[in-house]
Design a protein around this ligand. Structure first.
Ligand code: SF4
Length: 694
């Protein structure tokens, strides 16, 4: 601060990293950003922050940023820096030729969970109103799409049920497939506070996460399951609750579909779901399963928090439905301290889903096949909307390889690094005639692009993000866009180059259109956000103050729905060549593929990806602490250093995925969730061997 000068003004905005959505004051001296100070009255963070939000904003000024548009005829040509007009002209001509030659369904978009609601709304509108199809998808495809499916089926809406404040009344928490200390640090500190006050904790995770080491905490259980067996563990908990008469029958009778519950209860009573049978499948001791189930059912207010360790599996959607079953079974829905709470990874992944990024849903999770819903948008946009759902990301890539999908507008997403089966992604991109990358940096996907449109950071735009508790937070322009345009303006320019005639002059107008077309946002205006600081959707005439808790008097779908959740083993199997199971996660100081956190001046950010391996497995292979090792699977191999720890069980290894040099996704499989195609990143059969280094 001394070097940068004393702040003379502050702009209130929202962190652009994880789904906690912390409020910050961006403090400036003149035009220079001096520091980010967590905002005392921020409703998601109450004055707290983590190191990423507080310190990792230097990427906005990093010399790697591309500030001028670039084009090239083929991906083998060098980039040519051009004006915005020339870039738009080049892109529009190419897209028009593709549409004339291959038809309107040969093009699509990938929206960004890093961008604002208003920007995402415009990108899906570009697809539907200008391209003329529903080929829009989002990075949620590779993270929380099973949440969308699973909670939609059981409760009627695909969002967390609680606000973060609610944890202050939780008596017992299940944390499954999540490591909040690293992934959602400010929420983790609120949960830790509650644990120190005596709340109990059940962790279902192959790895012993830090929450279990909270000092002075109440009773705790760790269920260290074999990766890929979430459904079996959740069913075993339900089995104990039903067979021992611990279910909350009064809640189930009044709030849930009773006939469906009875079918579910018959299913779950079966001996194959008993703790003893489950121990054989999952490795979790039957006594621990029994104790944890009893504690959760009898423990007062029970809340469930989960992350990508639930969703990124071939049965991701099934586990989400199993979790919903467990909450309904114990009456833990509809009041403070309870609920089902997906911990969203990216700052605006909730918002990008809300805004209609999926190929089958218009904004507000309404199916494109529904003529009444289409009519709302057709009236607002003055176009006819295709009633057929569009392509998901993997289907776009398949169609590109087959030669029928030719153009992709990819905003703020590096699919070559973040999506599974890197070779297939590269083949799909290479087969297209027009790949438009709209990003801050020349990322890995840009190697296959014909057009590069410079993006703007969260500091350079107005808009809103929606966090994991459905809270719509304002993002405010702290500095002018270094590239000349905020991302929503770039999308508008592209639409207008294709003849759309859009005339938005501020994101507030886009929010007006969202409110007019999307019932859950009906009362959301920038004036209201100014007045209240933030609101949680639904925010409309029925809930003018917003909705901190969902499903209070009834579920969004009416009666809560129990769904039978049969465990099916993943097709990814260990064997003599690949005897260990790899699972993945994050570290506190890095964020996803590291594009931003690696571009800060502070050395702490540059921690490398490492492989955690149990002492027995390391000894069997002659591996010592810090050795280089080769990590190989049926898909590929990579090299990284070993950390020997009993935080992982024997037979399980663990790494993070933040560095392009490591490219953990070269190793992961191409299996995916049966309902949503969410990749199975969390289970890969691997072998580990000593190596001389990369
Ligand atoms: Fe940002 Fe999440 Fe850290 Fe809050 S907890 S400062 S939202 S990264």
């Amino acid at each position: 601060v001394a070097e940068m000068g004393t702040p003379d003004r502050a702009v209130l905005t929202t962190c652009a990293y994880c789904g906690v959505g912390c409020s910050f004051k961006a403090e400036l001296n003149g035009d220079k950003l001096v520091r980010m100070t967590p905002y005392r009255h921020g409703k998601a963070n109450r004055g707290h922050s983590c190191v990423k939000g507080r310190f990792a904003y230097g990427y906005a000024e990093h010399p790697d940023r591309i500030l001028n548009p670039m084009i090239r005829d083929t991906i083998d040509d060098p980039w040519r820096e051009v004006s915005w007009d020339e870039a738009m002209d080049f892109t529009a001509k190419r897209l028009t030729r593709i549409r004339d030659e291959y038809g309107r369904k040969s093009m699509g978009v990938i929206t960004s969970s890093r961008c604002t609601n208003e920007e995402t709304y415009l990108v899906q509108k570009l697809t539907r109103a200008v391209f003329g199809n529903n080929n829009t998808d989002t990075c949620a495809r590779v993270c929380h799409s099973p949440t969308g499916y699973g909670l939609g089926q059981t409760f009627g809406t695909s969002a967390g049920t609680q606000d973060f404040d609610s944890v202050e009344e939780t008596d017992i928490a299940i944390v499954i497939g999540a490591n909040p200390t690293d992934g959602h640090p400010v929420f983790a500190s609120r949960l830790r506070k509650r644990l120190r006050q005596g709340a109990k904790l059940i962790v279902i995770d192959p790895r012993r996460i830090d929450l279990l080491s909270t000092p002075h905490m109440g009773e705790k259980w760790h269920l260290p399951l074999r990766p890929g067996t979430n459904v079996a563990v959740v069913s075993a908990l339900a089995h104990v609750i039903v067979t021992e008469g611990l279910a909350d029958e009064a809640f189930i009778r009044t709030r849930c579909d009773w006939d469906e519950y009875q079918s579910y209860a018959d299913f779950i009573r079966d001996e194959r779901h008993s703790p003893e049978a489950t121990e054989l499948l999952t490795g979790v001791p039957s006594a621990t399963l029994r104790d944890a189930a009893r504690a959760f059912a009898r423990g007062g207010n029970g809340a469930i928090y989960y992350g990508l360790g639930v969703t990124e599996h071939s049965q991701g959607s099934t586990t989400v439905m199993g979790i919903a079953n467990l909450a309904m079974l114990t009456g833990n829905i509809g009041r403070r301290g309870v609920g089902v709470n997906p911990l969203r990874g990216q700052n605006n992944v909730q918002g990008s889903c809300d805004m209609g990024s999926f190929p089958h849903e218009l904004p507000g999770y309404r199916h494109v096949k529904n003529p009444e819903v289409r009519a709302i948008f057709e009236a607002a946009w003055g176009v006819e909307i295709d009633p057929e759902p569009g392509l998901r990301i993997p289907n776009m890539l398949d169609a590109a390889v087959e030669g029928t999908f030719k153009a992709l507008y990819c905003q703020g997403e590096d699919i070559l690094q973040s999506d599974p089966d890197t070779k297939h992604v590269a083949a799909g991109l290479a087969a297209m005639d027009c790949v438009i990358v709209h990003d801050l940096f020349l990322n890995e996907t840009a190697n296959y692009a014909h057009v590069f449109l410079p993006g703007s950071t969260f500091l350079e735009k107005d808009g809103t993000f929606t966090n994991a508790e459905r809270r719509i937070n304002r993002v405010r322009e702290v500095m002018k866009p270094k590239n000349g345009y905020a991302d929503w303006e770039v999308t508008q320019r592209l639409a207008n180059a294709l003849g759309a005639g859009w005339h938005y002059t501020h994101p507030a107008q886009i929010m007006e259109e969202i409110a007019a077309t999307t019932p859950g946002f009906a009362n959301v205006t920038y004036d209201l956000l100014e007045e209240r600081g933030s609101v949680q959707w639904p925010c409309n005439d029925a809930a003018p103050e917003g909705t901190p808790l969902m499903h209070v008097d009834g579920f969004v779908r009416g009666k809560g729905r129990f769904i039978v959740t049969e465990y099916l083993a993943t097709d990814e199997r260990t064997g003599p060549r690949f005897p260990l199971l790899l699972t993945t996660g994050r570290i506190l100081s890095q964020y996803n593929v590291g594009a931003q956190t690696r571009r800060t001046a502070n050395n702490v950010w540059h921690a490398q990806d490492e492989l955690e391996i149990h002492p027995h497995d390391a000894e069997n292979r002659g591996i010592r602490e810090g050795d280089w090792i080769r990590l190989a699977s049926r898909s590929g191999e990579t090299t990284l250093r070993a950390t020997i720890t009993d935080r992982v069980s024997p037979g399980v290894v663990y790494t993070t995925f933040h560095h392009p040099d490591t490219q953990a996704n070269v190793v992961t499989t191409d299996f995916s969730d049966w309902a949503t195609n969410c990749p199975e990143y969390k289970v890969t059969a691997v072998q580990v061997a000593p190596s001389n280094g990369p």
